[in-house]
Design a protein around this ligand. Structure first.
Ligand SMILES: [Zn+2]
Length: 180
């Protein structure tokens, strides 16, 4: 991905968030290095012209210390992973994050949507969040416009039910329920 790609995404109303300079596990490197990883990434993105407010922990690894470091680098929030119930995992977990989230520096999200998921799983996850009320963060990995990550992964087309349709990249991803 190039910085031009990032600007195209940002112009399409997507926020570009931080994820450390080199995908460092901020819980296992020295504290000073963790801060450099988190802060320098945000500075780079800001220098490239993005308004950077949100962070995602590499490997979803965080501790109270790393939450402090993310806040100290000027982020407004950071996302977790795998804390919301889905048909795939996290039975008994909440159906949606609260608004406002209890922990702004570890906001709850589903596990990564990947090849184990079907479109029905994705729809069920959204439907239960709609019923519960709140905020649902879905995380997609290895997204491109060729149908990645795997042929069995959830896809949708313009004829999919319930208003589900593919994203503006013209591939089957991101399959989402757009309200506008
Ligand atoms: Zn990552």
């Amino acid at each position: 991905m190039t910085t031009d790609n990032l600007h195209t995404l940002a112009a399409d109303q997507n926020e570009i968030g931080g994820h450390t300079v080199t995908l460092a596990d901020v819980t296992s490197v020295e504290p000073d290095e963790a801060s450099r990883q988190i802060c320098n990434d945000r500075v780079n993105l800001t220098d490239w012209g993005f308004k950077v407010t949100s962070f995602a922990y590499p490997f979803a690894a965080s501790t109270p210390k790393s939450e402090e470091q993310v806040a100290g680098c000027g982020y407004n929030s950071a996302r977790g992973l795998g804390e919301i119930t889905t048909p795939i995992d996290c039975a008994g977990c909440a159906a949606a994050e609260t608004v406002r989230p209890a922990d702004l520096f570890r906001t709850r999200a589903t596990s990564e949507v990947g090849s184990k998921w079907t479109l029905a799983d994705l729809q069920a996850t959204v439907a239960q969040a709609e019923k519960a009320g709140g905020w649902l963060q879905l995380t997609f990995y290895d997204v491109d416009n060729s149908g990645s990550p795997a042929p069995s992964a959830p896809r949708c087309s313009n004829s999919s039910p319930l208003g589900w349709r593919p994203g503006p990249n013209k591939g089957p991803w991101p399959c989402a329920r757009y309200t506008t």
